[in-house]
Design a protein around this ligand. Structure first.
Ligand code: OOG
Ligand code: MG
Length: 253
């Protein structure tokens, strides 16, 4: 298949909420080709009228790398179609086998158009918030290689952002947890995210600039989960609590 055909294959799987075979089982692709496919699949969404709202980092913590058996940082693109309002009730039928993970979100205050250093990150961000990411691999059994998951836009499918707060200069020792039906199912520290979630912004600035993309003012950046992800089931309430930044919640019908 050409990269455009693979992009269509994965985009259709996402639209129809139907799992497909890993690309790896069909043909071998390298990482650069995987990102080309990812960007072509996003272009299909843009052609349908979606707009890019930001970026996400993945596998920024050992907990996530171990859970998925993949050991390299990845990045993907978020669109407005993936945004879920806090308190919304969502039907599971829109997804294949969704999982939720607790995350930290940043809002970009100044356009990032090249690599930036850790000490400069706070100049480019204006707010941060507790967030939930919903991931839904388009591959059967949620199994993939690094190239597979990158081509599949890093399993991106949904994100929920809580109240925006002013940044704190030191955010690497915050507690973060995921609660399902008011019970803590995952608990971690933000230090698990590349030692410091601001480092996710440094990595994104480098990767986006290598790809010729700009992280624009107003965009959201999801720093990557500090803990493993948890499968969603009907009739659940799903909540991230980020230390004294508070909580964000949504529910499954
Ligand atoms: C890939 C997405 C990883 C994270 O926060 O580490 C990710 C996956 O696990 O399917 O979003
Ligand atoms: Mg994530």
């Amino acid at each position: 298949m050409t990269t455009e055909e693979i992009a269509e294959y994965l985009d259709t799987a996402a639209k129809n909420a139907t799992a497909v075979e890993q690309i790896e089982t069909i043909q071998s692709i390298d990482l650069k080709t995987a990102y080309t496919i990812q960007h072509q699949s996003i272009q299909r969404r843009i052609d349908r009228g979606e707009t890019v709202t930001g970026y996400k980092l993945g596998f920024t913590s050992h907990a996530k790398m171990e859970q998925m058996g993949v050991n390299d940082l990845i990045w993907g693109i978020l669109t407005d179609e993936m945004r879920i309002q806090p308190q919304a009730e969502v039907d599971l039928a829109r997804w294949i086998h969704p999982r939720a993970e607790p995350e930290v979100a940043f809002r970009v205050g100044k356009t990032i158009d090249g690599p930036i250093a850790l000490e400069d990150v706070s100049d480019y961000l204006d707010k941060m918030a507790p967030a939930i990411e919903v991931i839904d691999s388009r591959y059967k059994d949620f199994k993939f290689s690094l190239e597979d998951v990158v081509a599949d836009n890093c399993s991106s499918t949904g994100y929920v952002i809580g109240k925006w707060h002013d940044l704190k200069s030191e955010i690497s020792h915050l507690s973060i947890q995921l609660k399902i039906n008011n019970e803590t199912v995952q608990k971690g520290k933000t230090s698990a995210i590349l030692n410091n979630p601001f480092q996710s912004v440094v990595e994104l600035s480098r990767l986006a600039s290598e790809a010729g993309l700009t992280v624009e003012k107003g965009h959201v950046i999801m720093a990557g989960a500090a803990t493993a992800a948890v499968y969603l089931e009907p009739h659940q309430s799903v909540e991230t609590i980020l230390d004294d930044f508070g909580a964000v919640k949504f529910s499954i019908a």
